[in-house]
Design a protein around this ligand. Structure first.
Ligand code: ADP
Length: 488
C-alpha cells in the first residue's frame, strides 16, 4: 500500500508531544511491514541546515484569495528507516522559533500556516507521491480529508484516495474565524453544522471528523469516552454520528528508541531477564545527576510531562507534602503552566535531596528518569493514549495512573488476583479524586517497601508486555483497507 502520513510533528525532527512519537513510530512500523510510506511535514527551523533537509524534489503552489503561495518540497528520510520524509518549505510560515506557540502565545497566523500546509500536502498527493490512502492527524491537518472529500464529490482523480483521520487529543480543535473558510480551498457549502462549522466558527478538528472515510483515536477506551459530553469537548455528537467508522487503536512504542536493553542515553542497559543491577545503577546515577540523596531504599517516583491540569498535576501537588512524609523521593521534569513550574520548584527548595524539579525539555533526562525511578506518576484527568506510562512499563518502573483513556487500556491494577495470574503491571484508581490518588500512592509504597516479591512481579510483567508498534500498525492497515473499500 502507498501511504501518505501527514502530520505537524515527528521525532526526531520536530516534537512538542506524543503526536511526534506516533507519526514516526507508526510510519516506521508500516514501512517495516513492506508498505511504501511518505511522511509529509512542515519544514520548520529545525530542518534549516541543508544536510538535514535533503534535496529539493519539486514545488507546490496553493492559490489563496489574492495570492498564489508556493513552497519547495525537500525529500529526506527518517534516520535508520525506509520512511521517506517530504518537507514543505515555506520559510515565512515555518522558519520560526516554535511549532505553534512562541513566548506562551499561539502564532496569530496559525490558521493560514496549517491551511497552507494541508493544501500543500494535497498538492503533493497529486504528483510527487500519489498514495492509496492519506492518514491525517489532529486539527493541523483536518482540512486534508475535507479536500479529498470535495474532490470526490466533484469527480476529480484525487477523490479515489482513501482517508483516515486520527485524533490525538480532543482538547485542541483548531477553531478560527469563519473568514478563514476562504483560505481552505473548499466551497463555502461545506461551512455547515454537519461539516466544518462549529457555532459560527471554522473548526478543523470537526472537519476531519466529518469528512474522513475512517476516524481513529489513540486508544479503545478514549474512542468510547469522546462520544460522551464529559470528554467530547462539544464534538461528541459529531463523533457519535460516525458510528463504527470511529475506531480506537492503542499507540505502540518505538522499541529502537525506548528500550532499556539498547538505550544509549542510560548509564547502564538492562533487560527484563536481568534488570536488578542495571536498574539500581540507573537509579543511583539519576539521584546523583539530580542532587537527590543517594539512597537505594528511598522509593523514587518519576514524572516527565507537560505541566498542565490534564496531566493530574493538581492531584500530585495537593498531596505532595503528605507523600514526602514517607521515605520517598520525586524526580520531576516538565514545562507548562507557570503555576505548576513554581510549585514544583518550591517543593525542590523545601525538600533538598528529596525532590528534584527540572523545568525544561530534555529528552535524555526523560529516558534516565524512566529508567532510574522506581515508580511513575501519571494520574491524568484524561489521557487519549499516553506514552510515558508505556515507557515506564518497558523500563520496569510501574506506573500509577488514573484509569481513563489509554491509561485504562495499558495498565492493569495490582491486586491479589492480577498478581497471581501474571497480568498486574501498575496501580490504578477510578475516580479523579485527590484522596483516592493518595490511597493509591500508599498502596504502591506499601508494596515497594514490604512485598518485594510482588513488586518484582509487577516490574517483570510490565517489561515483558508487548508494547511495540507491530500489533497497532496492523490494526491501522486494516483501517486503511476499509477506508479504501468504502470507495467501492
Ligand atoms: P502528551 O502528548 O499529551 O504530551 P504523551 O505521554 O502521549 O503526552 O507524550 C509525551 C511525550 O513527550 C513523551 O515522549 C515524553 O517523554 C515527552 N515529554 C514531555 N515533556 C517532556 C520534557 N519536559 N522533556 C522531555 N520529554 C518530554
Amino acid at each position: 500500500m502507498r501511504i501518505m502520513m501527514v502530520a505537524s510533528e515527528a521525532v526526531p525532527l520536530a516534537k512538542t508531544g506524543g503526536l511526534a512519537d506516533v507519526s514516526t513510530g507508526l510510519s516506521k512500523a508500516l514501512a517495516d511491514a513492506g508498505h511504501e510510506v511518505a511522511l509529509v511535514l512542515p519544514c520548520y527551523r529545525q530542518f534549516i541546515s541543508e544536510a538535514d533537509r535533503g534535496t529539493v524534489v519539486g514545488e507546490v503552489q496553493v492559490s489563496f484569495p489574492g495570492a498564489v503561495i508556493n513552497a519547495e518540497v525537500y525529500e529526506t528520510t527518517i534516520p535508520e528507516s525506509k520512511v521517506k520524509v517530504l518537507l514543505i518549505d515555506r520559510p515565512s510560515f515555518f522558519d520560526r522559533e516554535g511549532l505553534y506557540v512562541e513566548d506562551g502565545h499561539d502564532y496569530g497566523d496559525n490558521a493560514e500556516r496549517f491551511l497552507f500546509f494541508s493544501r500543500a500536502a494535497v498538492e503533493v498527493a497529486k504528483s510527487l507521491f500519489v498514495p492509496d490512502v492519506i492518514h491525517a492527524n489532529d486539527w493541523q491537518t483536518g482540512l486534508v480529508p475535507a479536500l479529498i472529500f470535495q474532490a470526490r464529490e466533484n469527480g476529480e482523480p484525487l477523490g479515489s484516495i482513501g482517508t483516515t483521520f486520527t485524533i490525538h487529543n480532543m482538547a485542541f480543535h483548531g477553531e478560527f474565524p469563519s473568514l478563514q473558510m476562504t483560505n481552505t480551498g473548499l466551497d463555502s457549502e461545506y461551512f455547515n453544522w454537519e461539516q466544518l462549522e462549529y457555532f459560527g466558527k471554522l473548526n478543523l478538528l470537526k472537519g476531519g471528523i466529518a469528512t474522513a472515510d475512517k476516524v481513529t483515536t489513540v486508544s479503545p477506551t478514549y474512542a468510547t469516552e469522546i462520544c460522551q459530553p464529559e470528554y467530547g469537548y462539544g464534538l461528541d455528537p459529531a463523533l457519535e454520528h460516525r458510528g463504527t467508522d470511529l475506531v480506537g487503536i492503542l499507540n505502540g512504542v518505538d522499541m529502537n528508541v525506548w528500550n532499556p536493553a539498547v538505550d544509549s542515553k542510560l548509564p547502564e542497559q538492562y533487560t527484563a531477564q536481568n534488570y536488578s543491577a542495571g536498574k539500581s545503577a540507573c537509579k543511583s546515577a539519576l539521584q546523583q545527576e539530580l542532587g537527590l540523596h543517594e539512597n537505594p531504599d528511598a522509593m523514587l517516583f518519576g514524572l516527565v510531562s507537560r505541566l498542565t491540569d490534564q496531566k493530574g498535576l493538581d492531584l500530585i501537588t495537593q498531596k505532595a507534602i503528605q507523600i514526602l512524609g514517607a521515605d520517598v523521593q520525586f524526580a520531576f521534569l516538565g514545562t507548562g503552566d507557570s503555576r505548576y513550574e513554581t510549585i514544583l520548584s518550591d517543593l525542590q527548595q523545601a525538600y533538598p535531596g528529596k525532590v528534584a524539579a527540572v523545568i525544561g525539555f530534555d529528552d535524555g533526562l526523560a529516558h534516565r528518569i524512566e529508567a532510574g525511578s522506581d515508580a511513575y506518576f501519571m494520574p491524568s484527568r484524561f489521557e487519549p493514549c499516553g506514552l510515558n506510562q508505556q515507557y515506564s512499563l518497558i523500563y520496569g518502573t510501574p506506573p500509577l495512573v488514573h484509569a481513563v483513556g489509554g491509561l485504562a487500556d495499558s495498565v492493569v491494577d495490582a491486586n491479589r488476583h492480577t498478581l497471581d495470574n501474571g497480568t498486574a503491571t501498575g496501580f490504578t484508581f477510578s475516580n479523579y479524586d485527590a484522596d483516592l490518588f493518595l490511597e493509591t500512592v500508599w498502596r504502591s509504597v506499601g508494596m515497594f517497601q514490604h512485598h518485594k516479591d510482588d513488586w518484582n512481579k509487577l516490574v517483570t510483567n510490565g517489561m515483558t508486555r508487548d508494547s511495540s508498534w507491530n500489533r497497532s500498525a496492523q490494526e491501522y492497515v486494516d483501517v486503511y483497507q476499509s477506508a479504501i473499500e468504502k470507495l467501492g
